[in-house]
Ligand binder design. Sequence first.
Ligand SMILES: Nc1nc2c(ncn2[C@@H]2O[C@H](COP(=O)(O)OP(=O)(O)OP(=O)(O)O)[C@@H](O)[C@H]2O)c(=O)[nH]1
Ligand SMILES: [Mg+2]
Length: 322
Amino acid sequence: MPEPAHHGSANRKKENMDIENITAIPDANGYRCGFVAIVGRPNVGKSTLMNHLIGQKISITSKKAQTTRHKVTGIYTDDTAQFVFVDTPGFQTDHRNALNDRLNLNVTEAISGVDVVVFVIEAMRFTEADRTVMKQLPKHTLVVLVVNKIDKDKAKDKLALDAFIAGVRSEFDFADAEVVSAKHGLRIANLLEKLKPYLPESIPMYPEDMVTDKSSRFLAMEIVREKLFRYLGEELPYAMNVEVEQFKEENGMYHIYIAVLVDKENQKPIVIGKGGEKLKKISTEARLDMEKLFDIKVFLKVWVKVKSGWADDIRFLQELGL
Ligand SMILES: Nc1nc2c(ncn2[C@@H]2O[C@H](COP(=O)(O)OP(=O)(O)OP(=O)(O)O)[C@@H](O)[C@H]2O)c(=O)[nH]1
Ligand SMILES: [Mg+2]
């Protein structure tokens, strides 16, 4: 059975009512609604961009590449349009293994059937990895180039930035281009306006207070993953994953039990830290983020388990929903 999706925190219980209202709308009347896939090499700022586009943090971000593992849908609704954004894992162009192959397959699948693709790159930095992803962009779907991180010093020279963009545009037939700073929320409204004409005329597909189709359970797992990225930094074991063992609402609060899976016994202390210090910090921060997002008190327990060889185990990846 599909899990219930996470709504804006104030309106968690309204879903059924809103669905009834929406099906009652007779025609679109100029309203637009459609899917926008966000793609690019790892670390260009795709998830940061999606969070700012929808105005809520539902996709995790970090300095490390390969932060996003599942595609995450974020919904932005206003009076004129509903944008359904699909944030994808950074397209992997090196080390082939079962995990990377699956991540790339997820990206390819996410692109198919959307109304417009947003291809994100970093200002003044176009690498071979960007080029590899660009070559795989769909030929029959319109693609908008988004140049992110324009807040960086190297992007301050307007002429150089224009020349950089012209260079990239000469290599692929983009429908349009826009510059933004996702991190600082710059020109996000301009990007939304630019994308709107690419959405088909349609009534909204989702209730207007819905911000993602992901369940609270999934979001809880992602929040823990983000804290692991943040606090483990370079020490982060490559083969690490997070699993929700229990998620229940009781006495007006969520009780959440989460296991961190590592590949080898000797990776356990890296996550736990001296005297359990690191794991404590990770779970405290994760709990605070969860309480903010879910708007409810949370009891959170996080612990570490060893599960060997999972990054190459297709069956296990499927169990994780990857
Ligand atoms: N200076 C600057 N940094 C940014 C901007 N947008 C994102 N970043 C940073 O870039 C890093 C990567 O951001 P993410 O949003 O996680 O990137 P991603 O493309 O989703 O990465 P993957 O999920 O690993 O593919 C983070 O440290 C962000 O804070 C921006 O506009 N300016
Ligand atoms: Mg990401």
